[in-house]
Design a protein around this ligand. Structure first.
Ligand code: C5P
Length: 207
């Protein structure tokens, strides 16, 4: 039987990664977090002290090991990854590896442009969203293992998330945007199991 290719897109900290990973496990498919390509590119450029405008050479030299570094989810990498992801040359350098990953065995990929640009022919597409406040709380919890104690801390996180969304949505190349044939999944008030349930219901309807 043909292996499924599933695209999961959405803004920062909406729950895409958690969903895509759970879905891949549920379906027995490999999973690829495509944000890691942009994060690793940004990390290597920052470490080299190179201008982020010249990040394409790091994208071209990316190796598997670069994707499993522990320091890819820091706030400086959040913003730098979004900056390098605006560059058409960087996106072009990373495109084929993403397609090859899906083509080999079927897969679940998550990112910003999977359903629109990387895999426009994916079998099923999901666009995962949550309110900025909910996403800020999740991001804080991921980083610190607890809920933010001060409203000022949460407000700063909301601002950082909105800024990154706006940069991802308004870039000229492969902006963050739902594919016309994507199922929209709003995750406010749902936990990981709840989101998976909604998504599996969509897959079952499809037959
Ligand atoms: O998903 P994550 O937050 O790890 O992605 C980091 C950054 O990489 C995003 O803000 C976005 O600018 C970029 N990205 C992208 N296209 C993808 C995945 C990530 O532009 N498919």
């Amino acid at each position: 039987a043909k292996r499924l290719v599933i695209a999961v897109d959405g803004p920062a900290a909406a729950g895409k990664g958690t969903l895509a990973q759970a879905l891949a496990q549920f379906l027995g498919l490999p999973y690829l977090d495509t944000g890691l390509f942009y994060r690793a590119t940004a990390r290597l450029a920052l470490d080299a002290g190179a201008p982020l405008e010249e990040a394409v050479r790091f994208a071209e030299q990316l190796e598997g090991a670069d994707l499993v570094r522990p320091d890819l989810r820091t706030p400086d990498v959040d913003q730098a990854a979004s900056f390098v992801a605006r560059q058409p040359k960087v996106r072009a350098a990373l495109l084929q590896r993403q397609r090859d990953f899906a083509a080999a065995t079927g897969a679940v990929l998550d990112g910003r442009d999977i359903g629109t640009v990387v895999l426009p022919d994916a079998d099923v597409k999901f666009f995962v969203t949550a309110s900025p406040e909910e996403r800020a709380r999740r991001r804080y919890r991921q980083r610190h293992g607890c809920n933010p104690q001060e409203t000022a801390t949460l407000a700063a996180e909301v601002e950082a998330i909105k800024q990154r969304d706006s940069q991802d949505e308004n870039r000229a190349t492969a902006p963050l945007r739902p594919a016309v044939d994507a199922h929209h999944i709003m995750t406010d008030g749902l936990d990981a199991a709840g989101v998976l349930k909604v998504v599996v219901a969509h897959l079952e309807k499809r037959g």
